[in-house]
Design a protein around this ligand. Structure first.
Ligand code: AMP
Ligand code: ZN
Length: 138
């Protein structure tokens, strides 16, 4: 299903032009216009899912094999030294386009920081309490 108000639906369908790396019946992989590094790409499903929580299992199960294929091509063609996969869900998590997408960000020695966090130091009890909350919701 498409969402008529969604820019990524239109890009995935080819209604808005993009620099496309790969396309099949389920996905389009495009260059990110605000690239964080050379080669930064986005995997877009052609159907509209707002985020990971809405993604259907069949599409979800095809995303990582495709990311692997694109990663191998990036490592071979761009001379990058590593690669981050980033996937934001919700505004607080940095999601700005509410159509599921997986960022593929090649990394280069001496290049910009892309993803950083300060490690915390939760106690074993805190970890267990949080783990229990999530387990109970499964
Ligand atoms: P996020 O913040 O995870 O929602 O990522 C949205 C990404 O989409 C950002 O990295 C933008 O640079 C990128 N972006 C937004 N509009 C376009 C567009 N028309 N074509 C390509 N990339 C886009
Ligand atoms: Zn969409």
């Amino acid at each position: 299903m498409k969402d008529n108000n969604c820019i990524f639906c239109k890009i995935a369908a080819g209604e808005i032009p993009s620099k496309t790396i790969y396309e099949d019946d389920k996905f389009r992989v495009i260059m990110d216009l605000g690239a964080a590094s050379e080669g930064h790409a986005l995997i877009l499903p052609k159907d509209h899912y707002a985020n990971l929580m809405e993604l259907d299992e069949e599409t979800a199960s095809s995303v990582l094999p495709l990311a692997g294929k694109i990663s191998r091509a990036m490592m071979k063609s761009l001379d990058c030294d590593g690669l981050n996969l980033v996937q934001n869900n919700g505004e607080e998590a940095g999601q700005t386009v509410m159509h599921f997408h997986l960022h593929m960000i090649p990394r280069y020695k001496g290049g910009n920081e892309v993803i950083e966090w300060k490690p915390g130091s939760p106690s074993a009890e805190e970890l267990e309490e949080t783990a229990a909350k999530i387990r109970e919701a499964l």
